[in-house]
Ligand binder design. Structure first.
Ligand code: GLU
Length: 281
């Protein structure tokens, strides 16, 4: 059997809950079943929300649960040069453009143009900066304006041509529909990566062959696959799993205190009991 390298990639914006334990055990068990490796990656690029104390607590909970990774933890904030290199490559392909719009400007434009297409993360960026001239872009960047780098989705999809799509092991093959997100932001002036770019670069660099994650991220896989094709990276296999819910049927969140691993540990539960609880939800 091929090596099945999987990963669990939490963002240190809070403590772990049972949903995270389910996800980590899911990834770990598939790797173990294939006699292969399971890795842990800390996705800490959102500097405003991520905190070192959350990271320490997450790693402590994982170790306690027996769900620590099989190799050193990769921390995204320590690999900005890798994302910069990928960004430069996309830039050279001509599929990125600087977008100077504030959130407010985008919201106004969307309100004014009824019927803006909706993507999984909200309305598509309405393309205000897509058509700026090269001269205006240079001038505004040189003038110190802040900007995001957006993927020109139509141009990128045309360049990728008939990219092969991806396979979800539970749902089957998906044809690529990268236009579902519109022109996503892949970086900001002060940060050469966003989630979508970093996850693609990291999965390739870490040799992840099976990406397991919650089904809420299934739509994002279309964008990730397009980026893999543009960057000449392999497309792993995917397995999007169910999300755990709370007593009211809503998806578990960091606000569901009763499901927090910290709280469960304090009640005296043992790691195996917490794992069983996560699997039985
Ligand atoms: N860091 C993401 C999260 O905590 C997971 C991303 C992924 O697995 O691709 O939701």
């Amino acid at each position: 059997m091929d090596a099945v390298v999987t990963r669990f990639a939490p963002s240190p914006t809070g403590r772990l809950h049972l949903g995270h334990v389910f996800a980590a055990a899911f990834a770990r068990d598939l790797a173990r079943a294939a006699g292969s490796r399971y890795l842990v990656r800390i996705e800490d690029l959102d500097f405003g929300r991520c905190r070192p104390e959350y990271e320490a607590a997450i790693l402590d909970d994982l170790a306690w649960l027996g769900l620590a990774g099989d190799a050193a933890v990769r921390r995204q904030s320590q690999h900005l040069a890798d994302y910069r290199a990928a960004l430069d490559r996309l830039q050279a392909l001509g599929v990125l453009y600087p977008c100077f719009c504030s959130r407010r400007r985008i919201a106004e434009e969307i309100r004014a143009s009824a019927g803006a297409p909706q993507g999984p993360e909200g309305p598509h960026y309405p393309g205000i900066c897509r058509g700026l001239s090269a001269a205006e872009r240079r001038l505004r960047v040189a003038g110190g304006e802040s900007y995001a780098l957006r993927l020109d989705c139509a141009k990128a999809a045309a360049l990728a041509g008939r990219a092969p799509g991806f396979v979800d092991e539970e749902r089957g093959r998906f044809a690529l529909q990268p236009e579902r997100f519109g022109d996503v932001a892949l970086a900001r002036k002060e940060l050469p990566a966003s989630y979508h770019l970093a996850v693609v670069v990291d999965d390739a660099l870490q040799g992840i062959s099976l990406v397991t994650r919650g089904e809420d991220l299934l739509p994002a896989t279309h964008v990730h696959c397009l980026l893999q094709s543009l960057l000449g990276l392999p497309t792993p296999r995917y397995r999007h799993h169910r999300l755990l819910s709370n007593a009211h049927g809503a998806r578990l969140s960091k606000r569901d205190g009763a499901a927090a691993i910290e709280a469960l540990r304090r009640t005296g539960l043992q790691p195996a009991e917490v794992l069983a609880l996560a699997r039985s939800r």
